[in-house]
Ligand binder design. Structure first.
Ligand SMILES: Cc1ncc(COP(=O)(O)O)c(C=O)c1O
Ligand SMILES: N[C@@H](CCCC[NH3+])C(=O)O
Length: 453
């Protein structure tokens, strides 16, 4: 995954290189940093900070580029966006318009997807713990496929489908025991990871499942991990699946489809990020001639580079190190605290990129030492209270992982598109947080109050 900090800051990309490698960003001599043609200072003035910004044009272009890579190889693939990475209605609407379905992991995501007009035939349900209510909803909505992650879940799905008088389509999610060569916390396909069914067991289970009356097994699914930047683990995982398809067919079973999961990584810092063509190539090479319906579930590759987190410096604190305390925190963007992930940071002011730099520790206001976004990051020496800075590549696993820790309401969200923009989620208020809570009346009554013995 992206290099953790403390990384060697002398190998960080320069501010100019960061800007040059993000085509949706432009520095204007008068307006400062623009995203898809919209000055960020204008958004900050209207929406406040911290604020998530999604680039609609960027998202569309990436969706098209992904599809083109597969079309160029003549590979018919269905696309299911992993909406856990970014689940706003506007994002889902854009991707629906681009011909994408979704990969979901909860009943909540199913509701969101249906609300955004994604047809149930475009919904695939993954996840290691699906509740009865969630499975029932999936069956009742007749979604495309449930990716079953255990023997127990398969039998429960059959029972629940029988109770609903339906036949559920399902695939077995295989754990192929492949190391995705990514961060430990986002690797999902190794033996011992909680995900999927051990591949030998999956072969026998596939046979047993033919006896089930209310589940129709359509094929296999796999997801190896996230932020994968090399081809080898994909090749290893898909080769294993191809072997399984051949073995199952040799045993007389029908295998109609293979769901290849997500995982394609992006460049945060200096990773050599693979193009979708790499993924299309590996899938073509390993699974392309099996005559199966193929699908993929990309999340981060689509949504990551389409998002920014706009934030303002609350305070600079001189010392050793010098701290820039910004108004975004780990409750907004949890990735650095969770995975020590590296995100580019750019100043927004018009002349900021020409200014002399010095090392800053960029931190949030939350009361945890892990609330830190960067150590020794070269940013303008003149950085000051009130200045805007923007954290890059925060579109995936950014806003969706926010919490309200320290009673910090969820930040506003904005959509930009080729010069136009709108607020697409109002900033949450403290009043809304408090309004969702109740204090039992008995707590105020002296006799029943535990504090009064
Ligand atoms: C089952 C499944 N599919 C797809 C994804 C999307 O992964 P990524 O965002 O790395 O493409 C995930 C998350 O890692 C997942 O768990
Ligand atoms: N939350 C992780 C990705 C998890 C992928 C989910 N299967 C990240 O921010 O990198």
């Amino acid at each position: 995954m992206s290099a953790p900090f403390p990384s060697d800051p002398s190998t960080d990309p320069s501010l100019l290189d960061l800007l040059a490698s993000r085509p949706s960003l432009r520095m204007d001599v008068r307006d400062g940093l623009l995203f898809e043609g919209v000055p960020l200072h204008v958004i900050a003035a209207a929406a406040g900070t911290p604020c998530w910004i999604t680039g609609a044009g960027t998202l569309c272009r990436r969706a098209q580029a992904l599809k083109s890579a597969f079309e160029a190889r003549g590979l018919p693939v269905s696309y299911h966006f992993a909406m856990k990475s970014q689940d706003h209605q506007a994002t889902l609407t854009i991707l629906r318009q681009c011909g994408f379905g979704v990969d979901i992991v909860s009943g909540g995501e199913m509701q969101r997807a249906l609300h955004a007009g994604i047809p149930s035939s475009g919904i695939v349900f993954s996840g290691v713990g699906k509740s009865d209510a969630e499975l029932r909803a999936a069956i009742e909505h007749d979604i495309a496929q449930v990716n079953v992650e255990s023997v127990e879940e398969l039998y429960r799905l059959d029972e629940m489908a029988r109770a609903c008088g339906k036949v559920a389509r399902a695939a077995l999610r295989v754990n192929p025991d492949v190391d995705a060569q990514t961060h430990d916390k986002i690797s999902t396909g190794r033996a011992g990871d909680k995900f999927g069914i051990e591949h030998r067991r999956a072969v026998t289970l596939y046979g047993e499942a033919t006896a089930l009356k209310n589940v129709r097994l359509v094929g296999l699914a796999v997801h190896l991990g996230s932020q994968m930047v090399t081809a080898e683990p994909f090749r290893e995982g898909y080769t294993r699946l191809a072997e399984m398809v051949r073995e199952l067919r040799a045993l007389g079973h029908t295998v109609e489809s293979v769901d290849c999961g997500g995982g394609l990584g992006i460049r945060y810092r200096d990773e050599i990020a693979p193009a979708p063509d790499m993924l299309a190539g590996v899938i073509a090479e390993t699974l392309g001639n099996l005559d199966v319906r193929l699908s993929i579930e990309p999340g981060r590759w689509l949504s990551g580079p389409t998002g920014l987190l706009l934030t303002r410096v609350i305070e600079t604190k001189a010392g050793n190190p010098d701290f820039a305390v910004i108004d975004a925190a780990m409750n907004d963007l949890a990735r650095p605290a969770l995975y020590e992930s590296w995100h580019g940071i750019l100043p927004v002011a018009p002349t900021a990129l020409q200014a002399d730099t010095k090392p800053w520790d960029v931190v949030g206001p939350v009361c945890e030492s892990s609330d830190i976004f960067a150590r020794d990051r070269a940013l303008p020496a003149s950085l000051n209270r009130g200045d805007l800075v923007v954290l890059l590549d925060t579109g995936a696993y950014g806003s969706v992982m926010s919490s309200t820790y320290n009673t910090r309401p969820l930040a506003a969200q904005v959509l930009v598109d080729n010069g136009r923009w709108d607020i697409i989620r109002q900033r949450q208020t403290v009043a809304e947080l408090i309004a969702a809570e109740t204090v039992p009346a008995w707590l105020e009554q002296d006799s029943a109050n535990p504090a009064h013995g």
